[in-house]
Design a protein around this ligand. Structure first.
Ligand SMILES: *Cc1c(COP(=O)(O)O)cnc(C)c1O
Ligand SMILES: [Zn+2]
Length: 434
């Protein structure tokens, strides 16, 4: 199978070898994507093959990413792939959340069931495989979030050294703890995010480091399989909408690419609409989508939201994401901190739970329903991107009425569930519980 890297910029479209160590187009600085110019498949045979692999115990087949390896054929050989059984995430029916949002039915595709608790694992197994194939010894990213947790796990599992660069004094403990446990070297640099990225790029060649930041085209390939697996689980019935939170917009890019490629390969004959949801305090992509045609993204200087996984002021993948949203006839919505917090409590009440960024999807659906953009009878899949346990502090504070927005405003505990202190007295407890 021929595979190459191609510049995403429509004015450039330069092509490069799949083994070139590139993060941006050397000609124009544009984003790169993996491309398979001569692939053709029999779609029915492919669907059958993927379904049969669910019966297989081979690690490659048991992976919810590599099971679909025909649609991510960037490797020449897959014998060095490291899998932690990523993917395989459930589709969960959520009637309670559906009625909260004003839909007849709603399904969650819960990526929080991944080995390190977020969808980053779908991409990281591919990014790590590419690092191994290139003969790299070290991998790095600039992140304190789910990316660093996932990269640390996959790199260590593969025998690579994971290195995490973070801005000094800017730490998120839950996710950083995972990275430390998975054995990542963590360097706190006295500089801001952009300066550190420039530094790491300069060091990468010198130290034989492969960068696994969110524009890495191979991570995008892995994240495509979230949508392929979802379609397989739905017996290839296309939903009307796929809803996801938007931060750096890598996932939006991946989902759009998956839909385009599945359509081109004849696996689906209709494209669901993408709905990307951002937090109000960190919504540069929302602004872009509502700006006149041809506008460029204007970064948000100090992005703020408690949904830290989508607290991104200058999302690198915006050109891809904008193209994908437009090609799917999609929309971009934004929601408040209060809306996210209440929606998160509703996801919890379904017995499902998620981290705050994921709940932006339900808040966004509710808003899109109220605005009449979505109809009650439409078939909607919302992607919950991360696990509830990523951010337990947020949950406790919400339910006890202590949660405040980054600017200090109180978030109302609309669906509060407070712990109650009781005496060691059976009569009093019986009375309390009715
Ligand atoms: C990374 C992440 C996001 C944002 O995804 P992008 O691809 O950066 O838009 C949302 N939710 C969770 C839980 C994440 O880890
Ligand atoms: Zn280019």
């Amino acid at each position: 199978m021929a595979a190459e890297l191609i510049c995403f910029s429509p004015q450039c479209r330069a092509r490069f070898a799949i083994r070139d160590v590139l993060y941006n187009c050397p000609r124009c600085g544009g984003l790169l994507e993996a491309s398979y110019p001569d692939w053709t498949y029999d779609p029915a045979a492919l669907k059958r093959l993927w379904r049969e692999r669910r019966m297989s115990n081979l690690p490659l087949d048991a992976s919810g990413v590599w099971r679909y390896r025909e649609i991510i054929p960037f490797l020449a050989a897959s014998d060095r792939v490291v899998s932690l059984r990523e993917g395989n995430t459930p589709l969960l029916d959520a009637p309670r959340a559906a009625s909260y949002a004003g839909l007849d039915r709603l399904t969650f595709k819960h990526q929080g069931f991944n080995p390190t608790g977020s969808f980053k694992d779908n991409g990281m197994t591919c990014g790590t495989a590419q690092a191994l194939r290139l003969g790299m010894k070290r991998v790095a990213c600039v992140s304190t979030g789910n990316t660093s947790a996932s990269m640390a796990a996959y790199a260590s599992a593969a025998g690579l050294d994971p290195i995490i660069f973070i801005p000094h004094g800017n730490i998120s403990y839950g996710k950083l703890a995972q990275a430390l446990d998975y054995g990542a070297r963590t360097l706190q640099v006295e500089a801001n995010f952009d300066q550190i990225l420039a530094l790491v790029r300069a060091l990468a060649d010198r130290l034989g480091i492969y960068l696994l930041n969110s524009i890495n085209p191979f991570r995008i390939e892995g994240q495509k399989t979230i949508i392929v697996e979802m379609m397989d689980q739905r017996d290839w019935r296309t939903p009307d909408w796929i809803v996801l939170p938007g931060g750096n917009l890598g996932n939006t890019s991946a989902f759009g690419k998956a839909l385009r490629e599945m359509r081109a390969l004849g696996l689906i004959d209709r494209t669901p609409r993408l709905a990307v949801v951002q937090a109000e305090g960190s919504a540069p992509f929302y602004d872009l989508a509502h700006a006149p045609e041809g506008a460029s993204l204007r970064a948000v200087e100090n992005p703020e939201t408690l949904a830290t996984a989508i607290r991104i002021g200058d999302p690198v993948s915006w050109p891809k994401a904008l193209y994908e949203v437009r090609s799917s006839n999609g929309v971009v919505e934004k929601v408040s901190e209060q809306e996210i917090a209440d929606a998160k409590a509703q996801v919890g009440l379904c017995g499902i739970g998620s981290e705050p960024a994921s709940a932006a999807t339900l808040a966004g659906i509710r808003k899109l329903r109220a605005a009449g953009v979505m109809r009650a009878d439409e078939d909607v899949v919302a992607v919950l991107t991360g696990n509830l346990l990523k951010d337990p502090d947020y949950i406790y504070r919400y339910h006890t009425g202590q949660l405040t927005t980054p600017s200090g405003a109180k978030i109302l505990p609309t669906f509060a569930n407070q712990p109650t202190v009781v005496p060691n007295d059976p009569d009093r407890i019986a009375e309390l519980l009715g």
